[in-house]
Each structure stands twice: as C-alpha cells, then as structure tokens.
Ligand binder design. Structure first.
Ligand code: SAH
Length: 212
C-alpha cells in the first residue's frame, strides 16, 4: 500500500499534464485531499475523479481544482471569494496560494463539514459562510478574485459588482451539466474581458429558495 504522500505525488503527476504552475502543483502535493472526503477510501481520495459528498454535491476532480487555481493567477496576497464550498478542498488549496479566502455554501451541513476539515488541515485564513452565492458577500467586497465551483446558467450580477478593478472571475457557465464552458473574466475599466477555458461539468448553482 503506497503512503499518502506517494498517492498524492502520483496524482499530481496526472494533474501536471494540464497544469503548469509549480506553486499550484506543490500545494496539491502537500494538501491531504482525504481529509475532505473521510467517507471515501484513501485510494479514491487520490484518484483524478470527482466524488459524491452528499446533498447532490461533489468534491471537484483534482485536475479541475488545479486548473481553476492556476487560472486565478495568485501570488499569495489576494483576497478570494469562492462560491460553492462543498467539501472545502478547493478553498484549502487556494488558502495556500492567496492571502485570504471567504467561501460561501448554500447547504449548512456541507459548510459545517468543510469547516471541520479546514480546521483539521490548519487552513486558518479561510472563513466559511452559509448563504446564497447569487448574492455573494457584499459586506466584504470587493474581492481580487472570485471563483465559482457550481455552474450558474448566466453570470451572477452581484459577483461581477463585487469583483475589484483588475480582478479575475473564474466561473463555469451553462444552462445544463452537459453544456458548460469555464470562463475567465478580467475586470478592466469596470468592464469584463472574457476568455474561454474550455468545456467543464459542474453541479448546477441553485437558488437558495430551492434548497429544502
Ligand atoms: N469547491 C467544492 C466543490 C463543490 S460542488 C470542493 O472543493 O469540494 C458545488 C457546491 O456548490 C455544492 O456544495 C453546492 O451545495 C454549492 N452550491 C450550489 N449552489 C450554490 C449557491 N447558490 N450558493 C452557494 N453554494 C452553492
């Protein structure tokens, strides 16, 4: 049975086929993904797949986590807003690449479990908020970076408003799971400049009213 660090090193070799940033790969080599999916066997925690975490949510595929982290162009100083905390793993990776992460989750039970896992890995610069990502976190805006890890069918206006000038917004947009594009937007002179990062598959971004 390979060690945890051996499993992580093997996983990062796969992620490195899509992700160039040495900083992102170093963080993924060090971050214990299994702490965020304690209900899954160790081998599954270090396979390059999404995994179910309950409430219809999934922990994202590691390669996708790496791609999103790289797309955010982080240098250790930025304030990030993440929408869709889920397991907390993406937030944990970002916490080691940025200055501070605020992450918002609409399902209270998921926020609770993410908080526990984030505490366990010592991610002290992450705050988990229960709320609706469509509204963002106006009281804490503006953010240098905003990353959305559930797919809205159109760009949420509140998030565009809460992005700082010069900031980046990375978001999978699409009407349904089978037809989503990962978009990267830069705010320049108050307007968004869009880049297409390719096809992706995320769980839909829901409206808080629909969460039972
Ligand atoms: N970043 C996560 C992946 C999460 S899956 C990880 O690393 O594990 C997407 C998450 O978005 C789910 O937990 C889902 O509950 C949440 N979500 C969906 N719609 C939302 C909304 N409107 N506001 C906040 N979170 C939302």
């Amino acid at each position: 049975m390979p060690s945890e660090s051996g499993l992580r090193a093997a996983l990062v070799e796969i992620v490195a086929q899509e992700v160039r940033s040495a900083r992102v790969l170093d963080v993924m080599r060090a971050m214990p993904r299994h702490a965020f999916v304690p209900e899954h066997p160790l081998g599954d925690a270090y396979a390059d797949h999404p995994l179910p975490i309950g409430h219809g949510a999934t922990i994202s595929q590691p390669t996708v986590v790496g791609m999103m982290s790289e797309a955010l162009e982080l240098d250790g100083t930025q304030r990030i807003l993440e929408v869709g905390t889920g397991s907390g793993y993406q937030a944990a990776v970002l916490s080691r690449l940025a200055g501070h992460v605020d992450t918002i989750e609409v399902v209270p039970e998921l926020a609770e479990r993410a908080m526990r896992a984030l505490r366990e890995v010592g991610a002290s610069n992450v705050d988990v908020h229960v709320g609706d990502g469509w509204a963002g976190l106006p009281a804490l805006a503006p953010f240098d970076r905003i990353v959305v890890t559930a797919a809205p069918d159109h760009l949420p206006e509140a998030l565009v408003d809460q992005l700082a000038e010069g900031g980046l917004l990375v978001v999978p947009v699409g009407p349904q799971t089978s037809d989503q594009r990962l978009e990267k937007h830069k705010k320049r002179d108050g307007r968004l400049v869009r880049e297409d990062l390719g096809a992706v598959r995320f769980v839909p971004m829901v409206h808080a009213d629909d969460v039972g």
